[in-house]
Design a protein around this ligand. Structure first.
Ligand code: SAM
Length: 173
């Protein structure tokens, strides 16, 4: 079982609320254990914690994270660090190598990321070498690296979707 976490850099509370929330929700839904936010934003923490409380599982969300310390501690614990960037090596060219690790920190930016990150990361990984989004990049990487990304259980859920061919149905527990 691989342990994934996400580190979100460059979040601007006045501008990135929606995208950062979607980074967190995507991380949770597709199998990461939690998200570290390298900014102070209690609204992001509260919003994602509310989803966890209602939809289950034990996803963590921590803000005010010192990103260099987070990366160094992750490496000291034997994990590897993937920095998602359009400038990197295509995912498909290195995913078999990356899969050898059982602790993977996935770093995504918002605005321009500090140049030193490219040297700190074990792998600078591109999901195509085209500009798009941290949410899309994260989703594809988790889908490729996490074999249980699409078939996860969320214990203690108060809300659960009952899949329907047509229409919407939820079970409120
Ligand atoms: N303009 C910023 C820069 O050049 O650093 C990046 C803006 S981009 C919308 C925000 C984040 O999306 C990036 O830091 C990266 O993590 C992710 N991203 C965008 N395109 C990507 C790609 N093709 N592959 C992997 N990640 C990507």
């Amino acid at each position: 079982m691989v342990y994934f976490a996400v580190l979100r850099l460059g979040h601007r509370p006045e501008r990135d609320q929606r995208v950062t929330t979607h980074v967190g929700l995507t991380a949770r839904a597709l199998g990461a254990a939690g998200m570290y936010l390298a900014s102070a934003d209690k609204y992001i923490v509260e919003g994602i914690q509310d989803v966890v409380d209602r939809w289950g599982g034990d996803f963590f969300i921590k803000d005010q994270i010192k990103w260099r310390t987070c990366i160094n501690r992750w490496k000291e614990s034997g994990g590897i660090v993937l920095h998602l960037t359009m400038y990197g090596i295509p995912l498909q060219d290195i995913e078999e190598l990356i899969k050898k690790s059982d602790r993977i920190l996935i770093v995504v930016g918002a605005e321009k990321v500090p140049g030193e990150l490219f040297g700190l990361a074990d792998y600078n990984v591109a999901v195509t070498n085209q500009p798009h989004s941290e949410v899309a990049g994260l989703a594809v990487v988790l889908d490729h690296l996490n074999p249980t990304a699409l078939v996860r259980e969320f214990p203690d859920a108060k809300l659960k979707v009952i899949p329907q061919e047509h229409g919407k149905r939820t079970d409120t527990g």
